[in-house]
Design a protein around this ligand. Structure first.
Ligand SMILES: [Zn+2]
Length: 225
């Protein structure tokens, strides 16, 4: 078992593929949230680059059927995703689909990586996501690590746009090999802040129509040494 950690994350790799052009129609006002970073504490919302959200659950998840796909990897990935479903009392949930058409989250496995990568597009004014892509490194074939990477990347894919600086948190950028990652209270509270309406018994207020162009962001998660 490797017990070393790499140094803290160098930061997010931001790939702004499409910068929104100046909107002629006036600024869109972001969704009115009914709670703030002070509502569910402790959390690490202030440390994040962004906190994003899906308009509704379940989100649709599609596993790419390429040469690296296997039922075994899919099972491990879903066990990782399910940690969030369980921790949020199924507020966060997904539905598997058999076609990439219209799938909101696409998942693939990468045998040449032992870390993970999540890319998503979202509306910058209100943080509403359009789609996300998760790449899960399976190099080393360690089921515990594959499950942990999957859980961590799913955390990004449901809205955590950045990392925690606390090594105990699921969303710390590095992990210790062979040690299952767990969702901490801070991880959970960070997601609850993104979906605060659901957790205080109110349905989400529909976001205003937006004509802006979604932007793309990639979060690269350093590997275990
Ligand atoms: Zn990460």
């Amino acid at each position: 078992m490797r017990a070393m950690r790499t140094t803290a994350c160098e930061g997010l790799v931001l790939t702004v593929a499409l910068l929104l052009a100046g909107c002629g129609g006036g600024a869109q006002v972001g969704e009115q949230r009914v709670c703030s970073a002070e509502t569910f504490k402790p959390n690490y919302v202030p440390q994040l680059e962004r906190l994003l959200y899906w308009e509704r659950f379940p989100v649709t998840v599609y596993f790419e059927r390429d040469a690296n796909y296997s039922e075994y990897y899919r099972t491990l990935a879903l066990q990782g995703f399910d940690q969030w479903v369980e921790a949020t009392g199924s507020v966060v949930r997904y539905r598997l689909v058999d076609s990439p058409d219209g799938a909101q989250i696409k998942v693939s496995f990468k045998p040449d990586m032992r870390n993970g990568l999540t890319t998503y597009t979202f509306y910058p004014s209100n943080g509403r996501m359009v789609n996300a892509k998760i790449e899960i490194g399976v190099q080393g074939n360690n089921p515990i690590d594959i499950r942990s990477i999957s859980a961590h990347e799913f955390g990004h894919a449901i809205g955590i746009g950045g990392h925690s600086t606390n090594p105990d948190d699921m969303m710390y950028p590095n992990f210790v090999s062979d040690t299952p990652l767990k969702i901490t209270q801070s991880d959970l509270n960070t997601v609850k802040t993104a979906y605060c309406n659901y957790f205080i018994g109110r349905s989400r207020v529909a976001p205003p129509p937006t004509e802006e162009t979604p932007i793309e962001m990639t979060i690269e998660c350093p590997a275990s040494p």
